[in-house]
Ligand binder design. Structure first.
Ligand SMILES: NC(=O)c1ccc[n+]([C@@H]2O[C@H](COP(=O)([O-])OP(=O)(O)OC[C@H]3O[C@@H](n4cnc5c(N)ncnc54)[C@H](O)[C@@H]3O)[C@@H](O)[C@H]2O)c1
Length: 333
């Protein structure tokens, strides 16, 4: 199997290394808007570099898109039109309209497609989902979600990110749906500007919180930050009538117990996403090779990504307008 990569920055280069080592893969070729970047990654990985995205789509059996967010929709649509199975990093597009266009393109072409929500491959979230499905937690009543970066992204990234709910909490919205098997009905979100001015001038926030209601009446709360000095904090708690499960509560959780004599978590905490989720990223991109070969169903389609984008849009609208927003309101346009 021959796989073309478009966009080999931080995450694209890491995915390319895993795909190169997959036993079914015979050839990897990489392209980037920055040709020097493509050449450097190709040399480091011992794979081929090509000049343009179009070259990465030629004579291959599947495509991985890990370019900057603004390019995703166009590249995914081009892959679909070329009849190629496509993996794309989240988000599918910068807005709902763009996501709907990509969905129409992949459905018209009938190509296998997968979006990069790697938490679906993380052992803790997998176990939490099983606990819900098997009834171990009893009747689900409450969920708590946290995604907090240890350090803010580069200032140039902030104005193009789509805001903290679409860029960062979209992972929480996806995993909330996946673990609970429920849909979000409404969101009330708030935010604060406590950090660099670029967040405020971009219409974004660097501290976030939200209350979400699910379609079975379950209440969920969410917290986030771009400035979590303790470390990269991604956790989830699901509480039911029989048990409470915690994802991410291991020795690397960036917490300090205030209880005398308690040494847990032992540390050190994670500082960024790659070390926290490396096995999950590797499993998701390996899964894509199998999806492209028709050996398994896509674990996360464009249609799935659209649903979490609706929730992210509802949260963004709620924060800006200072009122609860239903997902149906956003879906209606
Ligand atoms: N799933 C996750 O947890 C996760 C984590 C990090 C990044 N991402 C997503 O992955 C994407 C890339 O993020 P990154 O951190 O690797 O960024 P990055 O800036 O390190 O890399 C992006 C690369 O894309 C290239 N590029 C930009 N536009 C292009 C185009 N039109 N055609 C070809 N190449 C183009 C850039 O030159 C750069 O090399 C973003 O959409 C981001 O949201 C997802």
């Amino acid at each position: 199997m021959r796989v073309g990569f478009v966009g080999v920055g931080r995450i694209g280069a890491a995915h390319a290394q895993v795909v190169r080592d997959h036993p079914a893969v015979t050839e990897v070729r990489v392209a980037d808007a920055d040709p020097a970047r493509a050449r450097k990654v190709a040399d480091e990985l011992g794979v081929g570099a090509v000049a343009t995205p179009a070259d990465a789509f030629r004579d291959v059996d599947a495509v991985v898109v890990a370019a900057a967010t603004a390019a995703h929709a166009e590249l995914m649509t081009a892959a679909a039109r070329a009849g190629l199975p496509v993996f794309c990093e989240k988000p599918v597009a910068v807005d709902v309209a763009g996501t709907l266009e990509v969905l129409a393109a992949v459905e018209a072409a009938g190509v296998p497609n997968q979006i990069g929500f790697q938490r679906r491959f993380d052992a803790g979230y997998v176990a939490a989902r099983r606990a819900v499905r098997d009834g171990v937690i009893g009747e689900l009543r409450r969920v708590h979600l946290i995604t907090a970066d240890a350090e803010p992204p580069h200032p140039s990234y902030v104005p193009t990110s789509g805001g903290i709910f679409r860029d960062c909490h979209i992972h929480d919205f996806d995993i909330l749906r996946w673990v609970t098997g429920r849909e979000v009905v409404s969101v009330y979100a708030i935010g604060a500007n406590r950090g660099a001015e670029v967040f405020a001038t971009s219409g974004d926030v660097d501290e976030s919180a939200a209350v979400l209601t699910l379609d079975d009446g379950t209440l969920a709360t969410l917290q986030g930050s771009r400035y979590n000095g303790g470390g990269y904090d991604v956790r989830m708690e699901i509480a039911g009538t029989a048990a409470t499960y915690a994802v991410g509560l291991d020795d690397h959780a960036p917490l300090v117990s205030a209880e005398p004599g308690v040494a847990f978590p032992a540390g050190p905490s994670f500082r960024e996403f790659w070390s926290r989720f490396r096995p999950a990223y590797e499993a998701e991109i390996s899964a894509f090779v199998d999806v492209a070969r028709g050996e398994r169903e896509s674990p996360c389609t464009v249609a799935d990504a659209l649903e979490s984008f609706y929730v992210a849009d509802a949260a963004t609208r709620s924060r800006v307008e200072g009122r609860p927003v239903t997902v149906d309101e956003v879906r209606a346009g």
